[in-house]
Design a protein around this ligand. Structure first.
Ligand SMILES: [Fe+2]
Length: 148
């Protein structure tokens, strides 16, 4: 995923879509737990403060950016290893942040399949509720592995 140019051109789109779909969802399930939520701690909390101002500002940026994705896609907290910093980004469809040289730390699926059974077309309500199941200790461990 992190070097799609090495993949034969006629397979690139399929690998981007299906490979990204696999990787994104694998992480997505691991990033949630019942009665999750709250806030991250440790170094991740510090770095969120540095790059987003505060946890609340990070949450606002992530929520607004993810809600406003046109069509299907994902909102992400990623680590930019080149500049050693946290960033928010979105991707379309199943594209993984790995394809843009970013390490995914936390992703939110806003394909309609992720929320229509419970939230119908209310993407914003789904995003708001999702914060209550984020497994921050998992995200913190992921961050420490790539940032140290
Ligand atoms: Fe999905």
């Amino acid at each position: 995923m992190s070097d799609l140019n090495t993949v034969p051109e006629n397979a690139r789109d399929a690998i981007n879509f299906y490979g990204g779909g696999y990787e994104n969802h694998r992480m997505f399930w691991d990033s949630m737990k019942p009665n999750g939520g709250g806030r991250p701690g440790g170094r991740l909390a510090d770095e969120i403060g540095v790059y987003f101002g505060s946890f609340d500002e990070f949450k606002k940026k992530f929520s607004e950016g993810t809600i406003s994705i046109q069509g299907s896609g994902w909102g992400w907290l990623v680590y930019n290893q080149t500049y050693a910093k946290l960033e928010f980004m979105t991707t379309q469809n199943q594209t993984s942040p790995w394809t843009q040289r970013r390490v995914p730390l936390l992703g939110l699926d806003v394909w309609e399949h992720a929320y229509y059974l419970k939230y119908q077309n209310k993407r914003a309500a789904y995003v708001e509720a999702w914060w209550n199941v984020v497994n921050w200790s998992e995200v913190e461990e992921r961050f420490i592995r790539v940032a140290s």
